[in-house]
Design a protein. Structure first.
Lengths: 262, 270
């Protein structure tokens, strides 16, 4: 991480506007350290992969960024807004989709999008909803209750919700976990388009290393609440003597001490 | 900015209206039990009027009291039912990851309750006046503070109940439903507070509805009420609303600190 900061200072990496800045984030559950003093940034236009085995602290980190879990210590700012002191202002610029947080199944797709659009203060909401229904191929499900949709369709609704406020920071926790390969590719393309438009940055967790390599410009490997590795997913495996990102992931999961950096 | 805040509050109300629309299991409870109560007590008052030779009309004192008490219950349930929709649909993570503040969320619950409790009130008033001859002219202008104090008390109880369920998880709904039944013996819905033993009278003095029902009986008996009683009840209701909001906010902060909001299905994490 220090190396990357130095590269930035030397002009090897262009300075970009940070949409997310996490500094010395720490969280414990009783005696268990879930997140152990991590620091990282996400720039505009950037898709950053937050990788790691189950229990590494990915979801805990995302929950803290979303303001639904208070950090033990540390600072989270979204576009320079500290969410500890200006929660609503920070979250207005953020949105998320997670496989474990489906939208209420007893409301229709359109009802859910309208309610969350109002909660996020979206202007011209009717037009925005119409555009998202078209973008995510949900027009035929407009008046269908979310609870009767397939898991893939529900994921698309969650993603449409996540795009409602054109967020500066988009948090995606395994967004393609329940999708078939064809739909997953389509979703990946949409997320890449979103990042490419330059309106926001994306923090993405996934256990699909093929997907991570395709989508993410940078990855952070978490293990036991700490960032062990950071870098380009295309070159990082070779830098650590592994053939693929998946091999590197398995090493992080099984032998984190052999990869730990100072 | 104010518009944005109003929009967030409106979103909570709109969600409830969407759920009500076309859901008979949500609409019927708004007025069926309250209506049954009025019918039941309407006939009881008729019977009491028939068998007593004192000439006392039980309709304004007994049926009126039942109507007012049921109104408080509907207000409380209006708050808790809106809150329970988020519990039942496991929606806390989605809703509290938005810019919505706790104050806006609670405001949404209160506005939803106004809408839903109004339905029950209209049905109760229609039945009590048209079928059993209850006249609100008996109470005069004092009807306004009666409803106001009971409304505020119902809101306080609803927010308190929601906080209890947020703290202890969905099974704690069991603690919420009996709250009005537990309070009712102390507040003298059906009898004067003087009927109660001394220790119960002490409790009834700090319960706002006691002052409403005592005032109501005083008016029905043709005497003039001491206004400080209702003022005291109003003041207590304001204090209880503030305490209930403080309690809910404290529970919410605890849930954010422990991670319960994100993992509510676990019911409790500490």
């Amino acid at each position: 991480m220090q190396a990357r900061a130095n590269e930035r200072l030397q002009g090897k990496i262009p300075l970009m506007e940070k949409v997310l800045s996490v500094a010395q984030l720490y969280k414990t559950y009783g005696e268990t350290v879930a997140v152990d003093g991590i620091s990282f940034d996400v720039d505009r236009n950037e898709i950053v992969g937050l990788l790691g085995p189950n229990g590494a602290g990915k979801t805990t980190t995302i929950n803290m960024i979303l303001g639904v879990l208070a950090p033990g210590s540390g600072r989270i700012s979204i576009q320079g807004v500290d969410i500890a002191t200006h929660r609503s202002q920070g979250l207005q610029r953020t949105n998320f989709a997670a496989v474990y947080a489906p939208l209420p199944g007893n409301l229709t797709v359109q009802q859910n999008l309208r309610i969350f659009g109002m909660l996020y203060g979206v202007e011209n909401l009717a037009q925005r909803i119409a555009a998202l229904l078209q973008q995510f191929d949900l027009e035929k499900f407009r008046d269908v209750k979310c609870g009767v949709l397939s898991s893939g369709e529900q994921t698309r609704v969650s993603l449409a919700k996540a795009m409602l406020n054109s967020p500066q920071l988009l948090l995606l926790d395994e967004p393609t976990a329940s999708l078939d390969p064809s739909v997953a590719r389509d979703i990946r393309d949409k997320i890449k388009d979103f990042a490419g438009q330059g309106t926001g940055g994306v923090l993405w967790t996934s256990h699909n290393m093929y997907e991570v390599e395709e989508v993410c410009g940078r990855v952070l490997f978490l293990s036991h609440g700490r960032i062990l590795l950071e870098g380009d997913p295309k070159t990082l495996p070779r830098e650590h003597g592994k053939a693929t990102l998946e091999e590197l992931f398995i090493s992080v999961a099984r032998e984190p001490l052999t990869l730990e950096v100072g | 900015m104010i518009f944005m805040h109003l929009a967030r509050i409106a979103a909570i109300v709109l969600r409830q209206l969407y759920l009500m629309r076309g859901s008979i299991s949500r609409v019927l409870p708004l007025f069926v039990w309250a209506g049954i109560d009025i019918v039941l007590w309407g006939f009881i008052t008729r019977y009491l009027n028939a068998i007593t030779s004192s000439g006392v009309n039980f309709v304004p004192s007994l049926l009126g009291a039942v109507l007012l008490w049921d109104f408080l219950i509907r207000v409380m349930q209006g708050v808790t039912m809106t809150f329970f929709e988020d519990v039942w649909s496991r929606n806390f993570l989605n809703i509290f990851a938005t810019p919505l503040s706790v104050a806006e969320y609670l405001s949404g619950l209160v506005l939803s309750s106004i809408a839903t409790s109004s339905v029950g009130l209209i049905v109760m008033v229609a039945l009590a006046t048209m079928v059993f001859g209850l006249s609100f002219f008996v109470y005069g202008l004092m009807l306004v503070p009666f409803f106001l104090v009971l409304f505020m008390c119902g809101i306080a109880l609803g927010i308190l109940g929601s906080g209890v369920v947020l703290r202890f998880g969905p099974p704690a709904e069991w603690f919420v439903w009996p709250i009005p039944a537990i309070i009712s013996p102390f507040v003298g819905v059906f009898y004067p507070v003087s009927t109660l033993p001394r220790w119960m009278r002490y409790i009834s003095r700090v319960l706002p509805p006691s002052w409403v029902f005592e005032s109501m009986r005083t008016i029905v008996s043709g005497k003039s009420i001491a206004p400080y009683g209702l003022l005291w009840g109003f003041g207590l209701a304001v204090v209880y609303i503030l305490l209930a909001c403080w309690f809910f906010t404290s529970v919410y902060r605890h849930a954010v600190r422990t991670g319960l909001i994100a993992r509510y299905s676990a019911e409790t994490l500490s």
